[in-house]
Design a protein around this ligand. Sequence first.
Ligand code: MN
Ligand code: MN
Length: 295
Amino acid sequence: MMNENIINEYKTAGTIWKTVRNELFEKLKPGVLLLDLATFAENRIRKLGGEPAFPLNLSINDIAAHSTPSINDKATLQKGDLLKIDMGVSVNGYLADAAFSYCSEKTPLIKAAEAAVAAAIDAIKPGLRVGELGGIIEQAARDHGAQMIINLTGHGIDQYEFHVPPTIPNIASGSRETLEEGMAIAIEPFVCEQRTAVRESAPIEIYRYVTDRPVRSPDARIALALARDTYKGLPFARRQLTSTLSPVKIALAVRELERLGALVSHAPLRGDAGTPIAQAEHTMIVADPVIVTTR
Ligand code: MN
Ligand code: MN
């Protein structure tokens, strides 16, 4: 069983997530500047005593994930856009990773994604096979007329670590891995109208520290130290380095660091062109009953 103090850190991260989620929701309407949503959420998380565990992901329509505003981004939400808001909160490295979708027009996809994650929450207990859980998620989405993005999955979570075993499929699978009491996990179905897969796309804004490398450029050394010490290996966006480096220097630094293998990039993940994708996600601790920290 997970230590009670650690459970409380996860719950604190979840409480911050819920507060900022509700505040963000009030701001969602056509015309809102995406960059304003991102900076608002990231500042509010800090104000409430957490750290953003990754830059606010604002992924629209056929982009499933890993999109975040660029430096001085002027993009606004358009009427009818299907927006995925994926937000991460860290409290001493204990993470809340959860997401919701918004559209100014009626779309059954959002309800399907929410029903799929709700069905998972109802089913989760220690000993459940993740392949069976994937089938439960898929069936709930299909019952609401939606189909799965087959190559995006839920995942285990650990301190300062977003993707640890088990990988939790959103489709029925033969995986015999099981959920164990005390595991922190995120369940995150992505749904669309036709069953499909996502591929890496552009432009890339999100990076993460991997390892130290000898670097010649002082700017790259600064960016590497920020990635390692300030962001502690968690994902960050180019725009989050602008208080220290100019946009041009950031571009050169992250390019050099990625080439050296010191940073890894997270490209936007895109589905079939022009077909909207909805997502819902919650973080939880496996127990009987399950402890959902972000709901
Ligand atoms: Mn997420
Ligand atoms: Mn996640």
